[in-house]
Design a protein around this ligand. Structure first.
Ligand SMILES: Nc1ncnc2c1ncn2[C@@H]1O[C@H](COP(=O)(O)OP(=O)(O)OP(=O)(O)O)[C@@H](O)[C@H]1O
Ligand SMILES: [Mg+2]
Length: 338
């Protein structure tokens, strides 16, 4: 194929950059597709692999699996790996998307034997939809009510044998009957810096960014134990070096890129630091609602995105009267103000 010449022009007045003859590059899939490419999370990996192997030997669908843990730790990725390993199709829905038991029945009924239905944010399922899942998961049947008033009829539909994989960041919000119907429940843990560095190296390779191991490790240390953060930090570095025509990604380059994007020591972000400072100034327990008002941030975002990492690092503790900052939390907050 003939190589096309791409010319980049930058307008002197507006700084606007234009490329001629440019075709957008195909997007790169950075999600691992099999167990080998899935780094870390060894216990979960072994549990899931065992379930898949057993299912293959028994010529049966994989047990229903629930993945829970903070965002970005690999729940969706693992659900796809299960389906790939079992050579099944995967249908993906999110909890709030399904409004009526009838819709759930239609989705389940459209699946082929052995298929995987992946329900993300399963804690947000409507109560009636959730209840309709009980018999589907236990007896491969679903009851639907057709019509209204006196004409309404209850119908039992036999379903193909399938696997339901649920994912949630809020396991505590699942009802006990739903939780108990999963044959396997896996808690996703935060990743070590070594594991993140391994993931980052693979991602950098896929994106065609050349970064030395030492610099990758530095990025891993500010990636909050989370593969999604690691991957997005690698992409930020890619953008930084590409836009500034930098060839050698040195430690200084990583530091200035992280500074530009507001990523601080231990991977704390501006909002984490504001949470720590607010708690330090309060000198007493602070409730979630108050914190949300003071910071102008959504309660759910504080609780599900920012807080788990602060709690995991023992910067913050939750008490019955609210959140308090620990000595360790104060130390890091003060060091970052300076
Ligand atoms: N163990 C892993 N090895 C390699 N890459 C991973 C791993 N876990 C996650 N990733 C990468 O991190 C990104 C986020 O993972 P994923 O979408 O599976 O997280 P999640 O737990 O489903 O998050 P959420 O709760 O926000 O839905 C993916 O793009 C994937 O490439
Ligand atoms: Mg997900």
């Amino acid at each position: 194929m003939g190589k096309r010449t791409i010319k980049t022009t930058i307008s002197e007045n507006t700084g606007e950059m234009k490329k001629e003859n440019e075709a957008p590059a195909a997007s790169v899939n950075i999600r691992p597709e099999d167990f080998n490419g899935y780094i870390g999370q060894e216990k979960v990996k072994e549990q899931v692999l065992t379930a898949v192997k057993s299912a293959i030997i028994r010529s049966a669908p994989v047990e229903h699996i629930l993945f829970y843990g903070p965002p970005g730790l690999g729940k969706t990725t693992m659900a796809h790996i299960v389906a790939n390993a079992r050579k099944s199709n995967l249908k993906e829905v999110t909890g709030p998307m399904i409004e009526h038991p009838g819709e759930m029945a239609a989705i389940l009924n459209s699946l082929q034997p052995g298929d995987v239905l992946f329900i993300d944010e399963i804690h947000r399922l409507d109560k009636k939809v959730e209840e309709s899942l009980y018999s589907a998961m236990e007896d491969s049947k679903i009851n639907v009510v057709i019509g209204q008033g006196e004409q309404c009829k209850s119908l039992t539909i036999d379903l193909p044998p399938i696997t339901i994989i649920g994912a949630t960041t809020r396991a505590g919000m699942l009802s006990a009957p739903l939780r108990d119907r999963f044959g396997l429940t896996c808690k996703m843990e935060y990743y070590s810096a070594d594991e993140l560095a391994h993931i980052g190296k693979i991602t950098a390779g896929k994106l065609g960014v050349s970064i030395k191991d030492e610099e990758i490790y530095k990025i891993a240390e500010v990636s909050r134990g989370t593969p999604r953060v690691m991957n997005s930090n690698i992409k930020l570095i890619r953008d930084y070096v590409t836009a500034n025509s930098i060839e050698d990604v040195t430690a200084e380059i990583v530091t200035s890129a992280m500074e530009l994007y507001g990523i601080h020591d231990k991977g704390l972000t501006d909002i984490d630091i504001r949470i720590l400072n607010t708690l330090a100034e309060a000198e007493k327990p602070v409730g979630l609602l108050t914190l949300s008002h003071v910071l102008g941030e959504d309660e759910g975002t504080i609780e599900n995105v920012h807080e788990p990492y602060l709690l995991m690092n023992h910067y913050v503790e939750k008490t019955s009267r609210g959140r308090i900052i620990t000595e360790k939390g104060k130390k890091i907050a003060y060091s970052l103000i300076a």
